[in-house]
Design a protein around this ligand. Structure first.
Ligand code: SF4
Length: 323
């Protein structure tokens, strides 16, 4: 079993009540079967409440959000999960337990990372300068994994080699112009600010703050040249942050080429996704900078958090950006 992950992955710890947002907002998570059956035997009024709240639609089970958009077990008085407080962390469903970690698995290979939609993960990500080196750990194979065929192994190795080549190229160009670095790495797609802003109206709405973010993106696209010049002048660290973001998208999405149906490996969807994501993030940064008159690493963490919730947590929006 081969695991690959960035160094900040194992440093993550949820800050719960100290989180500036909460993952208990806006998301209706699927209840996995194992959790569902565990919930059937929780005793007393809490067990009855849990079972009474579960809804089932199209084969998925979930807790509907409150009218304010929170998980019904979120306790707004302290920002903690009411289920954990009463029953301990083992009661969580798989999605809540794993978040913000995500896993990409092929046979005995697994890549792991943290989603920037979690502000604490974003803090770990942005506060360490430079593009992190991916760590590789070999563990004994588990019997649960289906071994890959020779063709599948070759395909996976080709994807990982291409991903590593791109990451190395970006690392070598850090400090230079990002567009030139993307071109040198062979992953540049000319995503114009207005084109990316136009995609806003086609995106699935993933959070209750999307309308306000959309207005900011449209304004930033309309004033792109002026707002970007002011931003670059006032926020020198933006260059490091955007190189790191480019590397984050490459690490996260290049593996998708392995699963694509085409026989020949094609990274064009991942390239379009990466370049459009970088432009939407920049537009969101410009809007925040224009509104506040300054932009700190905390603002970068917050912007990436809102972006990731809106785009990365929707299969529909990811597909839109890849197309
Ligand atoms: S968003 Fe991250 S830090 Fe905040 S409550 Fe969720 S897991 Fe914890």
């Amino acid at each position: 079993m081969i695991l690959e992950f960035p160094p900040y992955y194992s440093k993550f710890q949820c800050v719960a009540g100290n989180c500036p947002d909460t993952c208990c907002r806006d998301w209706e998570l699927d209840l996995d079967d194992e959790t569902y059956y565990r919930y059937q035997v929780v005793p007393g009024p809490l067990g009855e409440k849990i079972r009474g709240l579960i809804r089932e639609e199209d084969g998925y089970r979930f807790f509907p959000l409150t009218k304010e958009g929170f998980c019904p077990f979120y306790d707004g008085s302290d920002g903690l999960c009411g289920l954990i407080k009463k029953l301990g962390p083992d009661i969580l469903c798989q999605a809540c337990d794993e978040y913000p970690r995500y896993f990409g698995c092929c046979g005995n290979y697994e890549q792991r990372d943290l989603s920037l939609s979690c502000p604490e993960a974003g803090r770990l990500f942005f506060e360490t300068p430079g593009i992190p080196r991916i760590l590789r750990v070999e563990l004994p194979d588990s019997e649960e994994q289906d071994p890959l065929t020779k063709e599948e192994t070759d395909r996976l190795q080709a994807v990982l080699a291409e991903r590593n080549r791109v990451l190395e190229s970006l690392r070598g160009a850090a400090g230079e112009d990002l567009e030139e670095a993307l071109k040198a790495a062979g992953i540049f797609f000319p995503a114009a600010p207005q084109e990316v802003a136009d995609l806003c109206n086609k995106q699935e709405e993933m959070n209750t703050r999307w309308e306000a973010q959309k207005a900011g993106i449209l304004a930033a696209a309309a004033h792109y040249a002026d707002w970007n010049e002011a931003f670059v002048r006032a926020v020198p660290k933006e260059q490091d942050w955007f190189f790191k973001l480019a590397a984050y998208f490459v690490f996260r999405y290049w593996i998708d080429a392995y699963f694509a149906e085409n026989e020949e490996l094609d990274f064009a969807p991942q390239i379009r996704l990466t370049c459009r994501c970088l432009v939407q993030l920049r537009l969101m940064c410009l809007a925040a900078f224009h509104e506040k008159g300054h932009f700190t690493v905390e603002d970068m963490v917050w912007t990436a958090h809102l972006f990731s919730r809106q785009v990365e947590h929707s299969d529909q929006n990811v597909a839109l950006f890849k197309h």
